[in-house]
Design a binder for this molecule. Structure first.
Ligand SMILES: *[C@@H]1O[C@H](CO)[C@@H](O)[C@H](O)[C@H]1NC(C)=O
Ligand SMILES: *[C@@H]1O[C@H](CO)[C@@H](O)[C@H](O)[C@H]1NC(C)=O
Ligand SMILES: *[C@@H]1O[C@H](CO)[C@@H](O)[C@H](O)[C@H]1NC(C)=O
Ligand SMILES: *[C@@H]1O[C@H](CO)[C@@H](O)[C@H](O)[C@H]1NC(C)=O
Ligand SMILES: *[C@@H]1O[C@H](CO)[C@@H](O)[C@H](O)[C@H]1NC(C)=O
Length: 377
């Protein structure tokens, strides 16, 4: 008896430092046969932590982000690390924030089936080209990775989902919007299915003075990865496919409820639509007055480009935080007495539909709420 107690005590002692939610890698079944491979041709993978108790039929799928690779060389470079090759992915990762299995840290989703899908296709899970690149031997197959991953999850019980949430940040947030209706269609009719794109509402600026955005570059991206077929056909039938990558147009063709979480001073938005120097001075709090004005104008453009739809279909939480990624469980309250997690929870479970937008004009340091600027690169 004493021995057993001692063993249990010892086990508890050993396990205490391992309280992290360490989840090991799973390989997509028959990935290579299905063409569901990373840029280097290695099989795709995901990290899965099984739901328990009342969460057993609920599914949270998180799509990792990390920009796009924009030309043959750029995509070839990605094959040397995890963003382009599963050979370089970690054997296990720690599930944190809304992926954590700890009730105290994640009271909303701790007992759901939680899936982290690493990003290794460089195209927001849209690439779909049969043959490898003749020059670099790179494979562009993001769309097949999404499909094969979903096949696996469906066979593991997601076909009986009662609640499901597709989410992701940055390029993963864009993937969330692109695949939202497809995800919805895979799941039972009676299931509650919604999408949460985070830090992904990048706007298309039509005639912005000083904008370096130009459409041919986006057309070339679509061609490089073979992405057009994955975008909503109605969208690509009435505008150039590259425009359908922009949420302000894309979401016009998405039927499933979507909640947009975004900073109006998102660092990547500023880098994309203005200049990298603007991102730098924003993060270092030393922008000149004219650059501040340019960023204010970009903020207005972001707000103007937000969907004009009922909160039921398009929930929102738009901060002024100087950041890119937004953690889910932050203590920041924009209006009223509710955090992002609370606003989202109410919206997801159909208790209350809100579009929360910070109406103050200035960018804001949100470090004290756990929302930090992304490191400059
Ligand atoms: C859950 O998180 C709380 C708060 O951080 C911590 O005190 C507790 O030890 C964690 N529980 C487990 C089982 O890891
Ligand atoms: C996760 O667990 C494995 C063994 O199961 C260990 O090798 C690895 O270091 C752990 N990873 C983390 C991030 O704790
Ligand atoms: C994987 O391939 C094998 C052999 O072709 C087949 O028997 C099996 O059903 C496939 N599994 C899935 C999940 O597609
Ligand atoms: C091209 O990549 C495939 C994996 O997708 C690999 O099997 C093959 O050996 C590579 N060919 C060359 C010439 O590197
Ligand atoms: C490819 O893209 C990278 C990253 O943007 C850039 O540095 C490089 O000049 C581009 N190469 C070509 C050939 O366009």
């Amino acid at each position: 008896m004493a021995t057993i107690a001692a063993v249990i005590l010892l086990l508890g002692f050993i396990l205490t430092p391992l309280q992290a939610n360490n989840v090991s890698i799973s390989w997509v079944q028959n990935a290579t046969d299905k063409g569901a491979v990373c840029l280097d041709g290695s099989p795709s993978a995901y990290y899965f932590d099984k739901g328990q108790g009342e969460g057993a039929n609920n599914w949270l799928i998180y799509l990792e982000g990390g920009g796009w690779c924009v030309n043959q060389t750029d995509c070839l470079v990605r094959t040397t690390y995890s963003r382009g090759s599963s050979k370089h992915m970690q054997q296990s990762i720690d599930f944190i924030d809304f992926l954590s299995n700890n009730f105290t840290k994640n009271p909303e989703f701790y007992n759901w089936n939680r899936v982290y899908v690493p990003y290794c296709d460089g195209s927001s899970f849209t690439g779909d080209i049969e043959a490898p690149d003749t020059v670099t031997n790179v494979t562009y197959r993001g769309a097949r990775i999404f499909k094969a991953t979903m096949d696996d999850l469906l066979s593991m019980g997601m076909n009986c989902a009662e609640n499901a949430l597709l989410t992701g940040s940055s390029a993963g947030g864009l993937a969330t919007m692109i695949h939202c209706d497809r995800f919805r269609e895979l799941l039972p009719l009676f299931a509650r299915v919604k999408c949460l794109p985070i830090a992904a509402y990048f706007v298309h600026e039509e005639n912005l003075l000083g904008s370096k955005q130009f459409e041919p570059a986006f057309d070339a991206l679509i061609d490089l990865h073979g992405s057009a077929g994955v975008l909503p056909p109605l969208c690509t039938s009435i505008m150039r496919p590259s425009l359908c990558l922009f949420p302000q147009y894309l979401l016009l063709f998405v039927k499933t409820p979507v909640f947009i979480a975004m900073s109006a001073f998102d660092q990547i938005q500023i880098r994309m639509n203005l200049f990298r120097e603007d991102e730098v001075c924003l993060v270092s709090h030393n922008c000149t007055d004219d650059r501040k004005v340019a960023m204010q104008e970009l903020r207005w453009d972001v707000l103007a480009a937000l969907p004009k739809a009922l909160p039921l279909f398009r929930g929102m939480w738009i901060t002024n935080c100087i950041a890119h990624h937004l953690i889910y469980f932050s203590t920041l309250k924009i209006i009223g007495n509710k955090t992002y997690a609370e606003v989202f929870h109410d919206w997801y479970f159909d208790y209350n539909y809100l579009q929360v937008i910070d109406t103050t004009l200035e960018p804001r340091d949100c470090s004290e709420y756990g929302i930090y600027p992304q490191a400059l690169n």
